[in-house]
Write a new protein. Structure first.
Length: 135
């Protein structure tokens, strides 16, 4: 026994104390949902009928947030690369004629930019937390 007391998070952070397994399950579930919705021949209409680009930005910003949370101790650049590749794969699959979907490189760019912005914010937040802890 080291004689040190366990660190207890303040009550305001209790809602964020979710196990890594649950966080990763949420991330992978969201990724699967995004893939299925992207390749369905006739996806359901969303309330307000947002444009295709808005849907891409929303999906990949969400994946960026969930990914940064699920892999909180991992570097963010590989996550960005992986999510960008995931967006590219979706576009390749959408080019299959029998799906009746349209592949568009601009969708992949929107995916990558959305992830990039979210992960840049996550990197800034991680740095601020580290600096505060070091002070």
């Amino acid at each position: 026994m080291s004689g040190r007391l366990p660190v207890v998070a303040p009550a305001r952070y209790a809602s964020l104390m979710v196990s890594v397994h649950i966080r990763r399950l949420l991330f992978w579930s969201a990724a699967l949902f995004a893939f299925v919705m992207a390749v369905l021949p006739h996806p359901p209409e969303l309330p307000g009928q947002p444009s295709d680009k808005i849907q891409h930005v929303a999906a990949f910003a969400t994946l960026g947030v969930l990914g940064a949370w699920a892999f909180a101790r991992k570097p963010l650049l590989p996550l960005l690369a992986g999510l960008s590749l995931f967006g590219a794969i979706i576009e390749v699959v959408q080019s299959i004629p029998s799906l009746h979907r349209d592949a568009d490189v601009k969708d992949w760019i929107a995916d990558t930019l959305a992830c990039g912005v979210v992960l840049a914010i996550a990197a800034w937040r991680r740095k601020a937390i580290r600096e505060r802890g070091a002070a």
